[in-house]
Design a protein around this ligand. Structure first.
Ligand SMILES: [Zn+2]
Length: 338
């Protein structure tokens, strides 16, 4: 089979790879129906994270089960499945508490931009749809496997409540899905911080009521102007840089909360500033598995359409172009089909 391999910054190749096999009784093998390039894949692609030896890439997937290990009864060959980027047994103490992305047996997926994928912990990780979905639902279901699940967690971590005011920092796919989540959770005012016209338009269609283009001190002032001078109830940090985290913390009101889901790069939080702000902070890799049944249902019922964040669709063999288009911000998110 073939898949994406990163060799060096800016160098992703579509190559022949070993066919994945069942290695553990809880594994499954899926035939990929759709996968994609994540904003976090751009960190190594841009040379901002070490790459080491050439290795496969990708952690988002929907597919059809081809084979299951002896312990897997939750899904069977032929079913269409959605899973999370973090695998989980869904039975350990952390999973039972709802923190499947911190499963005691967690493995992070990292080989999904390929024609076939081995899914560890398949029993607890994969969720089958009631039937094979129409092609039009595939992008939305793929979004659920990471960016929509992550945006959902960001909104819950920021404690978005009915009637609240939410700020979304970041207009990438996760930020845009964060707008969907804030709307679904009942935020009355949703302020999207974005400087890109096409993303502002999509944010507005997803439910953003205000767009703020300023950043830094001016960005904080623009948020305070719209929130009675105190800041927002809930802030979703969906980037992961020092500036975006600072923006998020300063945009929340005393007693408000920041949910941070951008993988932090060189983020340092001043203890004294956090102490005196009265802002609550929770983040991390989203426990997407907890939300999968609900989010799959919201997509298949047509209530939400997070698949619209994919504004570029390519054959999987053109995966390198997917990386380039996202790196150059010509695309929000690239969907790849084998
Ligand atoms: Zn677990």
């Amino acid at each position: 089979m073939r898949g994406a391999v990163i060799h060096a910054p800016g160098d992703v190749r579509f190559e022949q790879l070993a066919e994945p096999k069942i290695e553990q009784p809880a594994d499954a093998i899926i035939r990929t129906v759709a996968t994609c390039v994540c904003g976090s894949d751009l960190w190594p692609y841009r040379g901002l994270e070490p790459i080491g030896d050439p290795h496969p890439m990708g952690h988002e997937y929907v597919g059809v089960v081809e084979e299951v290990g002896s312990e897997v009864t939750a899904v069977k060959p032929g079913q269409f499945v959605v899973g999370s980027f973090a695998t989980s047994d869904n039975t350990c103490a952390n999973c039972r508490n709802g923190w499947q992305s911190n499963c005691l047996h967690r493995e992070f997926m990292s080989t999904c931009q390929a024609e076939h994928v081995r899914i560890p912990n398949a029993q607890g990780t994969l969720v089958a749809t009631p039937e094979h979905p129409d092609a039009g639902f595939v992008p939305g279901l793929l979004a659920v496997s990471d960016v929509m699940g992550t945006g959902w967690y960001a909104a819950l971590a920021a404690e978005v409540k009915p009637g609240s005011t939410a700020v979304v920092v970041g207009d990438g796919a996760v930020g845009l899905c964060g707008v969907i989540a804030a709307k679904e959770l009942g935020a009355e005012r949703i302020i999207a911080m974005s400087r890109h016209e096409s993303r502002q338009k999509l944010a507005t269609e997803f439910g953003a009521t205000d767009i703020v283009t300023e950043r830094g001190d001016e960005g904080v002032a623009a948020i305070k102007d719209r929130t009675g001078g105190i800041g927002a109830d809930a802030v979703l940090e969906c980037v992961g840089t020092a500036e975006s985290m600072r923006q998020a913390l300063r945009s929340a009101r005393p007693g408000g909360n920041v949910g941070f889901v951008g993988v932090p790069h060189d983020v340092r939080i001043a203890g004294d500033e956090l102490f005196f702000s009265h802002v609550g902070l929770r983040g991390g890799p989203a426990p997407v598995r907890r939300y999968l049944p609900d989010l799959i249902d919201r997509v298949l019922s047509g209530r939400i359409d997070p698949g619209r964040v994919f504004d570029l669709t390519l054959p999987l063999e053109q995966v390198a172009e997917g990386y380039r288009a996202m790196d150059e911000r010509r695309a929000i998110k690239a969907l790849l089909t084998p």
